[in-house]
Design a protein around this ligand. Structure first.
Ligand code: OGA
Ligand code: MN
Length: 206
């Protein structure tokens, strides 16, 4: 028996990341919190705060809309938007459990708010940068209620068992080992909202 009501989630995610290396968790947060994050992101989107996402990092950063056409706003961990606090607390708790159980040496969590405007997509890719392997675990937390198959925008993950398709339904969290899974976001036919993040290993010393 567990004294912690959320322990179940953490164990489920730990087990999935251990084997097969990816996991889908519906209702990761309660409806009210998820709705508040969605509303906050919509407000920022409508006020023009998001920017076209790119590929690569540092000097190799490029905006390439033929590869990805989503828009992002990085979250400042020191001063996150209030509705994200519960989410970030949960991700911090999960970080500790993953380190204790899987010895992943996860040092921190970084994330951005993400919108896929109608018609946008992200072609097949891996999340680790070619010149830096700090991204260990990728996570995506979805915010749109009542997402339908006909809305497009599915995440397709290539697994040993074949392609696994995930609908971006509000409350669902997906996590996978960043180095191991090719994936893509199919063209969205309605505005698609999410929080996309990564657990990073410690930076290499200069
Ligand atoms: C990404 C990504 C998947 C999704 O941002 O790197 O693959 O379902 N996102 O939004
Ligand atoms: Mn990705």
């Amino acid at each position: 028996m567990s004294a912690c009501p959320s322990a179940g989630f953490e164990q489920l995610i730990c087990d999935g990341l251990s084997e097969p290396g990816w996991v889908v968790v519906p209702d990761f947060l309660d409806r009210g919190t998820t709705t508040a994050i969605e509303a906050m992101l919509r407000t920022r989107w409508e006020s023009g705060a998001l920017r076209p996402a790119g590929i690569g990092r540092g000097r190799t950063f490029q905006v390439r809309p033929e590869i990805r056409s989503d828009q992002v706003l990085w979250v400042d961990n020191e001063a996150p938007p209030a509705p994200l606090e519960a989410y970030l607390q949960r991700m911090e708790g999960l970080r500790r459990v993953l380190n204790e159980q899987l010895f992943l040496g996860l040092h921190e969590y970084e994330c951005h708010l993400t919108t896929y405007p109608r018609g946008s997509f992200y072609r097949r890719h891996l999340d680790q940068f070619a010149d830096q392997a700090r991204r260990q675990i990728s996570t995506i937390f979805y915010l749109n209620p009542n997402w339908r198959e006909t809305d497009g925008g599915a995440l397709r993950i290539e697994t040993d068992q074949g392609i696994h398709s995930v609908l971006p339904e509000a409350g669902t969290l997906v996590a996978f080992r960043a180095a191991d899974f090719w994936h893509e976001v199919r063209r969205a036919r309605r505005l698609r909202l999410s929080v996309t993040g990564w657990y990073l290993s410690r930076p290499l010393l200069p």
